[in-house]
Design a binder for this molecule. Structure first.
Ligand SMILES: Nc1ncnc2c1ncn2[C@@H]1O[C@H](COP(=O)(O)OP(=O)(O)OP(=O)(O)O)[C@@H](O)[C@H]1O
Length: 361
């Protein structure tokens, strides 16, 4: 697919600002800190109108939890989620109900076959969020449904009376998107929107998301397992590992010179999207080390067990530190893996060197 450039700039205020977000599905065990068993710990994210931000990380790293917390499906244990200047955690009662009803933030679930009610036809599925919002005449409601379907490239007459089981995977994903945009949201969170699709449908859906953010001035968050589905479409990327944000920045910079060893591992595992360096997984990873795995369990760096560059300092989880105006990483040796880690001090903010020059011998 075509490579896009960011229409959003960092000068504009973020539509979504997530700060120090922590979520735990189970109460922390006595005497342990939240990090032990937390689904998400200290997540940060900013998303602007017209911007696509990718969230990438391995299974269980907290990506879906971040999206679920943003739409209020799980409650944070700590941190704030600010949307268009409002702290969503401060909303109560009627204000909260009104916010949810308006559908300004929509989540497209990972599996459209399971998330769409199999007994409803497309007309009812797409109209449902409008019915929750209320206030539309039958004619307006039907017009909005038609418009949303056309916007995602579906001919209303051909699909309105079909049920999810009578649609192809690509069509179902489009219906899920039509349902999400029918309320004219400002922010769309898409959880693995293309992971169940074949390559041609993947590109169609990714291109569609790209067009929607432009046509509708949407802020879009795309959750993915792999960098390759984000490379051609996202403006920025946030990388998660084991409930932690380990790196974020403009996607081209992150791909060309990953600062965190885990990001480097991801890029090394996706050579099709990183023409610019010669990293191999073994350059950043070692077989899991039990001793350093224990560091993680005791509050150390979440990546220490696999990291070729782990150092004594990594017994303490590094904070997310700025590497430049638009880039952060949580690593004591971010992008400077050929230099010794500081035993007690985190690295000072610095631009990562190009990966070529940090290539381990
Ligand atoms: N409803 C739940 N109850 C208990 N634990 C949960 C629940 N949902 C997720 N978790 C746990 O929280 C952690 C983060 O899960 P999450 O689904 O957010 O990760 P993810 O990065 O989206 O994974 P995937 O890519 O597989 O969807 C995992 O350890 C997971 O097992």
């Amino acid at each position: 697919m075509s490579v896009t450039t960011s229409p959003a700039t960092t000068d504009t205020a973020p539509l979504l600002r997530i700060t120090d977000l922590a979520v735990s599905y189970a109460a922390p065990r006595r005497g342990t800190h939240l990090g032990t068993g937390a689904a998400l710990d200290g997540a940060e994210l900013e998303v602007r109108r017209g911007e696509i931000v990718g969230i990438v990380g391995e299974t269980g790293s907290g990506k879906t939890t971040l999206a679920r917390a943003t739409v209020g499906l799980v409650s944070p244990a700590r941190g704030t989620i600010e949307f268009d200047g409002t702290d969503l955690g401060s909303l109560r009662g009627r204000a909260l109900r009104d916010f949810r009803r308006r559908g300004r933030v929509q989540l497209v679930f990972q599996d459209s076959l399971r998330s769409l009610d199999p007994d409803l036809d497309v007309a009812a599925l797409v109209a449902e969020p409008l019915d929750i919002a209320g206030g539309l005449s039958a004619a307006d409601r039907s017009q909005r449904v038609d418009e949303a379907l056309q916007e995602v490239g579906l001919e209303p007459g051909a699909v309105l009376r079909r049920r999810p089981g009578q649609l192809s995977g690509g069509q179902r994903q489009r219906v899920a998107l039509a349902r999400a945009i029918v309320t004219r949201p400002d922010l769309l969170l898409c959880d693995e929107p293309v992971s169940a699709l074949d390559v041609s449908n993947r590109n169609l859906v990714l291109n569609l998301l790209d067009r929607l953010r432009r046509d509708l001035d949407l802020a879009v968050v795309i959750i993915a397992h792999d960098l390759s589905s984000l490379a051609g479409i996202a403006d920025r990327v946030a990388v998660f590992y084991r409930s932690r944000l380990v790196e974020q920045g403009p996607i081209r910079e992150v791909l060309e010179s990953p600062a965190h060893p885990y990001t480097a591992l991801l890029t090394a595992s996706a050579p099709s999207v990183t023409r610019h360096h010669r990293l191999r997984p073994d350059d950043v990873c070692v077989p899991v080390d039990d001793e350093r795995a224990a560091w993680t369990a005791d509050g150390g760096c979440v990546f220490a067990a696999r990291c070729r560059f782990a150092h004594d300092a990594c017994r303490v989880q590094p904070d997310v530190l700025p590497l430049g105006p638009t880039r952060t990483a949580a690593c004591y040796v971010a992008g400077r893996w050929d230099q010794p880690a500081q035993p007690t001090q985190p690295t000072q903010p610095t631009q990562p060197q190009s990966t070529q020059s940090t290539q381990p011998a």
